[in-house]
Design a binder for this molecule. Structure first.
Ligand code: ATP
Length: 611
């Protein structure tokens, strides 16, 4: 049996993607079975979001996550590794260590796809060596900041974060929901405008999704309105956020971007919100397009789920946030903020650490908030604490067991009630704007795509229940999936229509037949004929991944009744922090508790690339 045939068998058994086997066959021939196998496993891991594969994982035990151990043994027997993987790989033309445009790179003990390695290198260089200090007149900084931040007896970390970002070209402000990231950045921008002596600063706001961009526009706008600024300063700061795709100039039907290292963006300050959703390739494109003089400020929550695509850039970078600042930097921050900031330990990643700040105090969730306390317990992987939160009976969280068929029926009934106000508005022929707003108040979230606990099964069951309750009507043609009130989510970008992955629209008949109505980033509403839409799914249920960057007054989370590896601490934390005022959790305790102690692993070399 040849390696290519065995890999094909793994594809047939859905252990590998066809793409993984094709890539492996392109990289190596059957005469180099070990290299072919390593390439297939690397490509497979890249598809799962890992940036590289450590050589220690090239063993039958790790192969296919322990599923099909016999096939894994056969593959490794055929690869017939004698000696070290290093030597076997480096003997191939397809692998190189340092320079060289080979498809695979072996860097230390990690094997990379060449493109991923280059991305990781450029991101590490950017946040490390390229993060230069920006010198400003200290007396002026102190005076401007003192107008924007109230004096406080305890260290005001928002003020520290603002100073961190004022004095470094690249900064990262991480914090959970309601810790004041937007408030801080509003004050930071106000300070920048006041400290700028030259022409008006060109400030741009961006986020990975349209939803997140719209939210940033709104929340930053309202934070800015509360600041003591004159009209000219307010005008300089009145900007709409756009998506990163739009910022970089993604062109329809083309891989090429309008803005890149050869044609940098026209801006002086860039604020990127929801940075946890920015994957490694997107981060590499973004920093390449940034002009050398421009500042960039990333806002995000390091504890949230990583991007769908490869890498966990924010998480890897923020790993260093708890190490504190080097002595010189903490002395500078102490001088400028007026707080005494102790320096941290060691000097690894000093340049990176100088640009980081963590906000921990939530102004949204007080001690009466079960959501806030549950988020805290989950983030600490503290199962007894999470149990205690449920036992206290907070008014803003409910938990319902989800094990038997009756539990499932009860859950569906709860979801129907959640969507009832929205459906009643449709019944009352409300305007699209009001309907869209109502839909955004409640959302069912789930971990999986398929099966009864995934998007597809839940959508079907919810539609059946809504039909039964006469809250929706059957589609006019049996084969059609369209009915008045059907919510959908776009799953493929269509820049000519201005619709992007994750955008939500509602099908409504306003007298011209059913059209799908979407809120646009500029606050307007646009309708599109169903037949013109790019790929989309029904959106009664959506995955937690897709909900990142959105918030709902009331969020409901359904976990599968059997544990599966995607249900991790980060997933549950991300889901529950989508809820502003109310959370309904439908889960089996064993599944929930296993999730709380299971971390999402994203293999990369970024953390160790910082010197
Ligand atoms: N220092 C503060 N003192 C009092 N209230 C504050 C402070 N900072 C923020 N807030 C309030 O807390 C709420 C959340 O703040 P903000 O929107 O800035 O947080 P965020 O981290 O950006 O939240 P999100 O998770 O929604 O992105 C707002 O109502 C804001 O006015």
């Amino acid at each position: 049996m040849k390696m290519s045939e065995l890999l094909q068998r793994a594809v047939d058994q859905k252990l590998l993607r066809a793409l993984d086997a094709q890539f492996a066959m392109m990289v190596a021939s059957d005469q180099q079975p070990a290299v072919m196998l390593a390439a297939a496993l690397l490509s497979h891991d890249a598809g799962e979001g890992h940036v590289c594969i450590p050589l220690t994982r090239l063993t039958p035990g790790f192969c296919f996550a322990g599923r099909q151990p016999e096939l894994a043994e056969q593959l490794f027997a055929l690869a017939a590794i004698e000696g070290e993987w290093r030597e076997v790989l480096l003997a191939s033309d397809a692998v190189s260590e340092h320079d060289g445009a080979t498809p695979l790179k072996l860097i230390g003990e990690r094997l990379y796809l060449n493109r991923m390695w280059r991305n990781e290198q450029s991101v590490a260089r950017f946040f490390g060596e390229e993060n230069r200090a920006i010198s400003l007149d200290e007396t002026r900084i102190i005076s401007v900041l003192n107008q924007l931040f109230e004096p406080a007896a305890e260290t005001d970390w928002q003020k520290v974060a603002a100073v961190v970002a004022l004095t470094r070209r690249i900064s990262v402000i991480s914090g959970g929901p309601g810790t004041g990231k937007t408030t801080t950045v509003a004050k930071l921008l106000a300070a920048l405008v006041q400290l700028s002596d030259t022409q008006p600063l060109r400030i741009q706001l961006a986020a990975p999704t349209g939803k997140a961009a719209a939210r940033l526009t709104e929340s930053l706008g309202s934070a800015l309105r509360r600041l003591p600024l004159d009209d000219a300063q307010k005008a300089a700061l009145a900007n709409d956020a756009c998506t990163l795709h739009r910022l970089l100039g993604v062109q329809p039907n083309s891989q090429r971007l309008r803005y890149h290292a050869g044609n940098p963006l026209h801006l002086d300050v860039l604020v990127v919100d929801e940075a946890s959703m920015v994957d490694l390739p997107m981060m590499a494109k973004l920093i390449a397009a940034l002009p050398a003089h421009a500042r960039i400020i990333f806002l995000g929550d390091r504890d949230q789920l990583a991007s769908v695509e490869a890498g966990a850039v924010l998480g890897d970078i923020c790993h260093y946030v708890t190490d504190g600042y080097l002595p010189e930097r903490s002395a500078e921050l102490s001088r400028l903020t007026g707080y005494s900031l102790p320096s941290g330990s060691g000097n690894k990643a000093g340049a990176l650490r100088a640009g980081l700040c963590l906000l921990q105090k939530s102004y949204r969730f007080d001690s009466q908030s079960g959501i806030g306390q549950l988020a805290f317990a989950i983030n600490a992987s503290d199962v007894p604490q999470a149990r205690a939160v449920f036992a206290k009976g907070f008014g803003d969280i409910t938990k319902q067991t989800l094990r038997e068929a009756e539990d499932y029926a009860l859950m569906i009934a709860g979801v129907v009630e959640g969507y009832r106000p929205y459906l009643e508005l449709i019944g009352a022929h409300a305007e699209p704007a009001a309907v869209l707003e109502a839909f955004a108040r409640y959302q069912l979230l789930c971990a999986l795509r398929d099966g009864p606990f995934g998007v597809s099964g839940l959508n079907t069951r919810i539609e059946q229940a809504l039909l039964q309750k006469r809250l929706i009507e059957r589609p006019q043609q049996a084969a059609s999936r369209w009915y008045n009130g059907r919510p959908i989510m776009i799953s493929r970008n269509d820049s000519s229509l201005g619709l992007f992955n994750g955008d939500i629209g509602i099908a409504l008949d306003k007298g011209e037949g059913l059209r799908v109505w979407f809120p646009m980033p500029d606050g307007t509403i646009k309708s599109v004929q169903p037949s013109r839409l790019p790929a989309h799914d029904t959106a009664w249920a959506m995955t937690v991944h897709k909900s990142q960057g959105s918030e709902f007054d009331h969020a409901a989370l359904v976990l599968p009744n059997q544990y599966t590896a995607v249900v991790t601490r980060e997933l549950v934390y991300t889901a529950i922090t989508r809820a502003r005022h109310k959370l309904s959790l439908y889960a089996d305790d064993r599944v929930l508790e296993k999730a709380i102690v299971t971390r999402t692993e994203r293999r990369s070399g970024l953390m160790e690339s910082f010197r």
